[in-house]
Design a protein around this ligand. Structure first.
Ligand code: BGC
Length: 767
């Protein structure tokens, strides 16, 4: 009896003492997240779901990494460290001065996303991701706020350079490759800006009114691919509203679709300073509100007064802690600032080379060969724009200009032309009291004297004209100042072409722009045109590699170059209504974005999606498919042979034309792509492609289902969306319901969607 009593006594005591002992030493581990939350005060929990920006003055919350975009809250008592989030999509953006080391620190500036998409090279993108991840880790951060994968819906969008393409497959695949690379190094990625963030004008308030089908097939599809193929640690929600609801508060987007349908198990964070309904954000599924901390008092009061259920807060804290557990900070990693800069520079150069697109090359104007005499026109020839502005910028080492790169490769560059531009640049710098590349990149092109061109033509073998454009977040660009050439730019191309052609010499135009501009009105004048994007810190050297011919271009545009701005399907509705401070943007073009529109409605374009030339030529043959009846998947292979004189790579695109049913479909859609290795002249490679059920399916709004219709499908193997090299048909005997999803995100306004059958489709407003 006594024994039993004593045992009971001990048994009842033991757990209490164990708990007491644990309380004193309770530190966050994978197994005690809920217990840790229980031990937090309300204030601590609220701070846990906010960044620490407002607390930075307190020594305890000082920035761990100078120039980082944000940091999370720490609670030493519970073993919860602060974690650091840095921008951005083209490379790590932190200050060059880091207090913990006495040497300058540089992030490597890689080509921007629009340029990387033009490589069509997923393994290269993954390699770039790995390098970015290593810099993130070794410079002391935990998450890289990249990639941005919004659809390039309109050429005027300020952030186009940060985004990959007009096509969701390219955007999703490229993002997955980058995320896989970044996360292989032990840090996290943050895919952004989820979702439908295609307009920078009034970006915090603009409401994208989009049909459910368009959302599913175009604007959400890339995110879905990226989530499923790379499991990013975090997703950054966007500033805008979608169909009436701020994304930061949208349970439909952040919970129903992201978590329930796609299986996302990471952390959702807001974009910086998003919205004002913080209770709505906590409820909606914004688990971490960045950059904090001004919302703290409000949230505490909301809980104390019963406006917000504490359980909602606990849910979000749990996601934050689960994220913290994965971080280098939690694993006590100490930044050592040791990065293989030489390798990262060479990788940035390789990526830049592969992204440059040869749009035109008449009579083999390019390559120009070695040691030629070059006249360089355009201010950007002397100061390249390596990346855009805003959070997508990188504080990298100096970018050698085309001018410097040419000199270093023993080209002779016309001095008088150079002096003309140097004086102009000096003048801009003096006016701004500093070496302001920013001001220069937004300044107009200086007027070039006709006689100066004429006087020097005999001394030069070739003319290269570089035209630059800059852009960035918070502002969309204008047709006059961005999309179209200025009268001076037009005059330079015309005069230089006239004068050089008169004596039988060639002219090359280089576009140092993050996204398409107007080319149709002047493209006949020069002999060659290169789309050189903004390819990061190695832009100059990579460009000279292509110009000289030491590298064969293999880039292809992943966005269409329209003839006129008016041809862009969203041109009438962009940025939105009312025009001055738009509140609603009606996505009237529906699924017909980019080539889906131009191709289906037979609108001529200047350069089509997927276009890009090479110094070599390629032959496509032997298309084979595993069966002419579709059964769960379809395997396709194609042989590509280099039939030219230069070693080169070829990007091959697989388009599918699905049978039209009661649901109309674009003429063709990209469903897979691949790139050859470097093929020597005469060498061949067989490329493999795969189609699965979802690749055949379209979204039926009335049923909320992805359905692959029965009928005949056409596979088109293209060198571009217009250059279809091989074709093969197959049948799907019975329709397949690939997936049934939630009937959410109903449009809150009337969209007049373009349609082949009915020119106007009205969506009723749901009460
Ligand atoms: C941008 C984000 C960026 C964040 C942090 C915001 O203005 O929209 O893309 O990651 O700032 O710098």
């Amino acid at each position: 009896m006594n024994f039993i009593r004593i045992s009971f006594f001990f048994l009842s005591l033991l757990p209490i003492s164990a708990v007491l002992a644990q309380n004193e030493t309770l530190r966050l581990t994978e197994n005690n997240v809920e217990q840790v939350i229980e031990k937090m005060t309300l204030e601590e929990k609220v701070h846990m779901v906010l960044g620490v920006r407002g607390l930075n003055a307190d020594e305890k919350y000082l920035n761990k990494v100078e120039g980082a975009a944000g940091q999370t809250y720490s609670i030493e008592r519970l073993g919860i460290p602060a974690t650091v989030l840095v921008d951005g999509p083209a490379g790590v953006r932190i200050d060059n001065k880091q207090l913990r080391v006495n040497f300058p620190v540089y992030g490597t500036a890689f080509p921007t996303a629009s340029a990387m998409a033009a490589t069509w090279n997923l393994s290269l993108e993954e390699e770039v991701g790995k390098a970015m991840g290593k810099e993130t880790l070794h410079y002391g951060a935990d998450v890289l706020l990249a990639p941005g994968l919004n659809i390039q819906r309109n050429p005027l969008t300020g952030r186009n350079f940060e985004y990959f393409s007009e096509d969701p497959l390219v955007s999703g695949k490229m993002s997955a490759a980058l995320v896989n690379g970044i996360q292989s190094t032990g840090v996290g990625a943050s895919i952004k800006h989820f979702a439908v963030n295609n307009i920078e004008t009034n970006r915090h308030e603009i409401n994208a009114v989009v049909s459910q089908r368009t959302l599913r097939e175009i604007y959400l599809r890339g995110f879905e691919i990226a989530i499923k193929e790379s499991k990013p640690w975090t997703v950054m929600s966007s500033y805008n509203r979608v169909n009436g609801v701020h994304v930061t508060e949208s349970t439909d987007l952040l919970k129903t679709i992201l978590r329930n349908e796609w299986g996302f198990d990471g952390l959702v964070l807001t974009d910086w300073f998003s919205g004002t309904d913080w209770v709505g954000q906590v409820r909606g599924g914004s688990e971490l509100i960045m950059p904090g901390t001004y919302q703290a008092d409000y949230l505490i009061r909301a809980i104390k007064t019963g406006l917000l259920d504490e359980k909602q807060l606990d849910r979000n804290v749990k996601y934050v802690l689960q994220y913290v557990l994965k971080t280098p900070a939690y694993k006590s990693y100490i930044a050592d600032f040791k990065v293989d800069n030489a390798y990262h520079s060479s990788l940035a150069r390789k990526a830049a080379q592969e992204s440059i697109v040869l749009l035109k090359n008449d009579k083999q104007a390019l390559p120009i060969g070695k040691k030629k005499r070059v006249a360089l026109f355009g201010k950007s020839s002397y100061e390249l724009i390596p990346v855009g502005v805003g959070s997508g910028k990188v504080n990298h080492k100096d970018t050698p200009s085309v001018y410097i790169s040419l000199l270093e490769r023993q080209f002779i560059v016309d001095k008088e032309t150079k002096n003309f531009y140097s004086n102009y640049i000096k003048d801009i710098y003096q006016k701004n009291d500093q070496k302001s590349q920013f001001k220069l990149s937004f300044s107009s092109e200086p007027k070039l004297d006709y006689d100066l061109i004429k006087k020097n033509v005999s001394k030069n073998d070739i003319a290269v004209i570089t035209l630059g454009r800059n852009a960035g977040e918070g502002k969309d660009r204008s047709v006059n100042e961005f999309f179209e050439l200025s009268p001076i730019e037009r005059e330079i191309i015309k005069n230089v072409s006239d004068i050089y052609h008169a004596v039988g010499k060639k002219v090359v135009v280089v576009l140092n722009v993050g996204s398409p501009i107007e080319t149709a009105s002047w493209r006949d004048m020069p002999d060659a045109i290169l789309m050189a994007w903004q390819t990061g810190q190695e832009a100059g050297d990579a460009l000279v590699d292509i110009l000289s011919g030491s590298t064969n271009p293999s880039g292809k545009i992943a966005v269409t170059f329209p003839i006129n701005y008016k041809d862009v399907p969203s041109s009438d509705s962009f940025p939105g209504e009312p025009k001055k401070k738009p509140l609603n943007a009606y996505y009237n073009e529906g699924i017909y974005v980019g080539y889906r529109y131009y191709d289906t409605f037979e609108i001529p374009v200047s350069y089509e999606f997927g276009h890009g030339l090479s110094y070599s030529t390629f032959d496509y043959s032997n298309i084979s498919i595993n069966s002419n009846k579709f059964n769960e998947k379809m395997e396709i292979s194609v042989t590509v042979k280099n039939t030219g004189k230069f070693a080169g790579k070829e990007s091959v695109q697989l388009y599918v034309s699905a049978p039209q049913s009661i649901l109309e479909k674009p003429n063709k859609e990209l469903k897979d792509f691949a790139k050859t290795q470097l093929l020597k002249p005469g060498q061949s490679e067989t490329l493999n492609f795969l189609l699965n059920e979802k690749d055949l399916a379209s979204f039926y709004t009335s049923k909320s289902q992805w359905i692959a219709d029965a009928g005949e499908y056409k596979i088109m193997i293209g060198a571009s969306s217009k250059k279809i090299m091989l074709q093969k048909n197959f049948f799907l005997e019975k329709p397949i319901v690939v997936e049934t999803v939630n009937d959410v995100l109903y449009p809150n306004g009337i969209i007049r969607e373009i349609s082949k059958k009915n020119p106007i489709v009205k969506y009723p407003i749901k009460n």
